[in-house]
Design a binder for this molecule. Structure first.
Ligand SMILES: O=C(O)C1=C[C@@H](OP(=O)(O)O)[C@@H](O)[C@H](O)C1
Ligand SMILES: C=C(OP(=O)(O)O)C(=O)O
Length: 440
C-alpha cells in the first residue's frame, strides 16, 4: 500500500515443503469480532485477531468512533463495548484502507447511527462497486451517497429511520448480506436476506453468539431490530484463505508433506478443498474440533499429481478468495481446468481473472480468459517478471507458482500482502520456499 514499492525475488528452491505451519487469524471473523464487540454491552476479549492492515483499519475506525480498544499483545484485543447506540461521530473520514469487507459492513452499520460518517479507501478500494450495498440500504430508508458509478467515498447521513424488509441480492456476497444485517439491527421490523448461493455465515453465527436472536440456514437469514448484544470472548480460528497458499504449494511441490495447524474449516469457506480433491490432491483432516464456535482441523497435505477439471460453479462462493491459488494448481496440473460462474473475481482488489491470466502467461502458461472465468492448460512454467497489481492474493499465489518455474521470477508490487497475511514470506521460507524481498 501507499508509497512502499516492494517486489519479491523468487526461485524454485527445489526442496519439498515439510513440517508444521500456523497461518494467521481469519480476516472475516476478525472484522466482525471488532464490530460486534464494539456494539455490545460489556468488555470482550478477542484472541487470534488478524494483525493485518485490513482488520487493523477496522479497529482504528471504531476507536475513531469512540470505542476504547486495548492491544495487550500480538493477536489480542480488548474491546470495551459501548452498546448499540453508544458510538459517536468521528471528526474525520473513516479510512477502510484496502478492505471491501470493512467498507461494506460499515456502510450498513453506520446507516443506523444518529450521526453522519464518510467512508474512504485506498486506490484499489476506491474502484470497487458499492451500489450493491447502497441500493438495498436505501430501500430500507438509509441515506447514503457515493461518487459517480457507485464508487467510494461513501457519505452516510445519520438519523435515518430504517425499515426492515426482505432482500434478494443478485450477487452472492457475504459482505452485502452482512451490511443488510447490520442495518437490520437498527431497523424497525424484520430484515431478511435470501441469497442466490449460500455465502459465509460468520455474521449470523456471531450475532447469535453475542445474544441477538437470528434465524438462519444456508442462503437464508432473518432478524429483527430492538435487541441487545452482550459482550463475549471471541477465539478467531486460522484463516482458510491464508492456509490455502500452502495447501496448493504442498500439493504441487514433489515430496512435500505439510501440516497446516488449526485451520477454520467452515463449509462456506472450504470449496477449494473439495476442488483440489477432485483434481487428485491428498489432503487429510486431523483432530477436527471446535474453536470459538467454529470447526477447525489440522490439514495434512501431501504432494500428489493433479489433473485438470471443470470446477463446479456451485462451489464458486465457497472458494471465492481461493481462485488465484486454484489457477496456480491448474497451471501445474495435467490437462485443462475450466472455471466459470466466477465473474465476481473481476471486482476484487484487482480484476483477478485478468491479473492471474497475465501473470501466468508471463511464465509461459496457456490460459484464456472468459467473461466469468478462464480455461487453463496445465504444463510447465518458465521464469520471468509478473505484476501482482497490488493484490495480496495474486502476490501470494504467484509466490507459490514460482516454486515450480524453470527459472527465477520477480513478483512486482507485493506490499499489499500485509493486508491479510503479514509474515507470509517468513512462513514461506520456514516451509522451504525461496523468496526474498527487493525494493526498486
Ligand atoms: O464477508 C467477508 O468477510 C468476505 C466476503 C467475500 O466478499 P464478497 O462478499 O464480495 O463475495 C470475500 O471475497 C472477502 O474476502 C471477505
Ligand atoms: C476480496 C478480499 O477482501 P475484501 O473484499 O475485504 O477487500 C480478499 O481478501 O480476497
Amino acid at each position: 500500500m501507499g508509497a512502499r514499492r516492494i517486489d519479491w525475488l523468487a526461485a524454485p528452491a527445489g526442496e519439498p515443503l515439510r513440517g508444521k505451519l500456523r497461518a494467521p487469524g481469519d480476516k472475516s471473523i476478525s472484522h466482525r469480532a471488532v464490530m460486534l464487540a464494539a456494539l455490545a454491552e460489556g468488555t470482550s476479549e478477542i484472541s487470534g485477531f488478524l494483525e493485518g492492515e485490513d482488520t487493523r483499519a477496522t479497529a482504528a475506525i471504531f476507536q475513531a468512533l469512540g470505542v476504547a480498544i486495548e492491544s495487550p499483545g500480538h493477536d489480542r484485543r480488548i474491546v470495551h463495548g459501548v452498546g448499540l447506540r453508544g458510538l459517536r461521530a468521528s471528526g474525520s473520514a473513516l479510512d477502510c484502507g484496502n478492505s471491501g469487507t470493512g467498507m461494506r459492513l460499515l456502510a450498513g452499520l453506520l446507516a443506523g447511527q444518529a450521526f453522519d460518517s464518510v467512508l474512504v479507501g485506498d486506490a484499489s478500494l476506491s474502484r470497487r462497486p458499492m451500489a450493491r450495498v447502497i441500493e438495498p440500504l436505501t430501500a430500507m430508508g438509509a441515506q447514503l451517497s457515493s461518487e459517480a458509478g457507485g464508487l467510494p467515498p461513501l457519505r452516510i447521513r445519520g438519523g435515518a429511520m430504517l425499515r426492515g424488509m426482505a432482500h434478494a441480492p443478485a450477487v452472492a456476497s457475504a459482505q452485502v448480506k452482512s451490511a443488510l444485517l447490520f442495518a437490520g439491527l437498527y431497523a424497525e421490523g424484520t430484515t431478511e436476506v435470501h441469497e442466490p448461493h449460500p455465502t459465509r455465515d460468520y455474521t449470523e453465527r456471531m450475532l447469535s453468539a453475542f445474544g441477538w436472536p437470528v434465524e438462519f440456514s444456508p442462503g437464508r437469514v432473518r432478524l429483527s431490530g430492538g435487541h441487545r448484544l452482550q459482550a463475549m470472548d471471541v477465539h478467531v480460528p486460522v484463516d482458510f484463505s491464508s492456509a490455502a497458499f500452502f495447501l496448493v504449494a504442498a500439493c504441487v511441490i514433489p515430496g512435500s508433506v505439510l501440516t497446516l495447524e488449526s485451520v477454520g474449516i467452515n463449509r462456506r469457506r472450504t470449496g477449494l478443498l473439495r476442488v483440489l480433491e477432485m483434481m487428485g490432491a491428498r489432503i487429510r483432516m486431523e483432530g477436527v474440533r471446535e474453536h470459538g464456535g467454529e470447526p477447525v482441523a489440522d490439514l495434512v497435505v501431501q504432494h500428489a499429481p493433479l489433473r485438470g477439471i471443470e470446477v463446479p460453479a456451485a462451489l464458486v462462493a465457497d472458494m471465492i478468495d481461493e481462485f488465484p491459488a486454484l489457477f496456480v494448481a491448474a497451471a501445474c496440473a495435467q490437462g485443462r481446468t475450466i472455471v466459470s460462474g466466477a465473474a465476481e473475481l473481476r471486482v476484487k482488489e484487482s480484476d483477478r481473472i485478468t491479473t492471474m491470466a497475465t501473470a501466468l502467461q508471463a511464465l509461459g502458461v496457456r490460459i484464456e480468459e472468459t467473461p466469468d472465468g478462464a480455461i487453463i492448460e496445465g504444463g510447465g512454467m518458465t521464469g520471468g517478471v509478473v505484476d501482482s497489481h497490488g493484490d495480496h492474493r495474486i502476490a501470494m499465489s504467484m509466490a507459490v507458482a514460482t516454486q515450480l518455474a524453470s527459472g527465477p521470477v520477480r513478483i512486482r508490487d507485493v506490499a499489499n500482502v500485509a493486508t491479510s497475511f503479514p509474515g507470509f514470506d517468513a512462513l514461506a521460507a520456514q516451509a522451504g520456499m525461496q523468496l526474498r524481498t527487493a525494493t526498486d
